[in-house]
Design a protein around this ligand. Sequence first.
Ligand code: IMP
Ligand code: MG
Length: 330
Amino acid sequence: MINAVDIIFGLCWGDEGKGKISNALSSKYDYVCRWNGGPNAGHTVYLNGKKYKTHVIPSGIFHNKKSIIGPNCVINIDKFFDEIEYLSKEGFDTSLIKVSPKTHIITERHIQYDLKFLKPKLGTTGQGIAPCYSDKALRIGKLAKDYLDKKYIWNGELYGDILCEGAQSFWLDLNYGDYPYVTSSETLPYSACSLGFSPKKIRDIIGVAKIYDTKSGVDPLFPESLWLDEELNKVIDLGKEYGTTTGRKRLVNWLNFNRLLDAVRISGTNKLIINKCDILEELNIFKIRLDNELGPNFIKFNDFDNMKEYISRELKTYCDVVFSGDKENI
Ligand code: IMP
Ligand code: MG
C-alpha cells in the first residue's frame, strides 16, 4: 500500500536546482519516480564530493532506491542505455531502474524533425521531445514494452513512501506556460498522478525556485537585450548559468515575483525552497520584478534580510519558505 507521496517540482522555467533537493531527500523514500519529459532534462547531483549528471533516470538511483520512469515520460533508447552504463560503471545498482511499459520511445525521425523545424524557431533542446509526444497524441507512437528487455519493464507496483521528481517546470508546462515557448509535457504536481496513485495520497508539494529567473531557449519574456545588462551578466557568470543538456548560455532576469506567486498558488506548493541566494548576496544586488499591464516594475531591497522578509510575508498564506545558497553544488 502507498503511504504518502511527496512531489518536488520547479516553479519557474527549469534549472532551479531540483536535482540537488531531490538528491538530498531521496534516501527517505521507497520509490523515486519521474512523471514527465525525457532527455531534455538535466539533473546535476553531488554525492560525496563527486558530480553526477543524469537526464532521464531519477535520483533515487544514487541512494539504492527503486527508480521509476513513468508512462508520461519519453525516452531515447540509446541515451537511456548510455545513462545505465554510466551509472553502472560508477557503482550504482541499475537493476533498480524500471520503465513503464507505456513510456513512449523517441526515434531518429523525431530528433531530425526537432532539429530542423523546432530548435531553430523555439530553441528546444533538440532531443525530439515534441515530435514524440505528438506521435503519442496521434496514437502512432512506439511503446517501451516493445523495445526494452522485460527486466527493465515496471510492473506498476508502488508502495510505502514515494518521491516524484518533476522535470522542466511550471512555466514550461504545455497548458499553463507561455505557449508555444513551452515543453510538450505536463509539469505541474497534479500530473504526477499519471504514475498511478490517487491525488489524495499527495502529502507535500515541494516547489523549487531560484532567487533570480533564467530561461534556456527562446522566449519573448526574456528578450536578448537582457544580455546587455551589466548586473545580469554578473549573475550569469557567478551563477554559472549554462545549460546542463545543451551548454547554452541561459537568459537571466530578476525574479518575476507575480509569476512565482501564481505558480505557488496554482500548484498547491506548501513548501518552497529558493535556491542560489548566495549569488545575489555575493553581488550585493537585491531586486525583484512586479510586472503589470504597464510593464516591469522593480523593487530594490537594501539587503538580503529585507528581501527575504518581503518574499516570506507575501507567500505566508501558501507555504513556508527556505532560502538556500551553496552555489558550488548546483
Ligand atoms: P523541448 O522540451 O526540448 O521541446 O524544449 C522546449 C523549451 O523548454 C525550450 O525553451 C527548452 O530550452 C526548454 N526546456 C526543456 N527542458 C528543459 C530543462 O530541463 N530545463 C530548462 N529548460 C528546458
Ligand atoms: Mg535541470
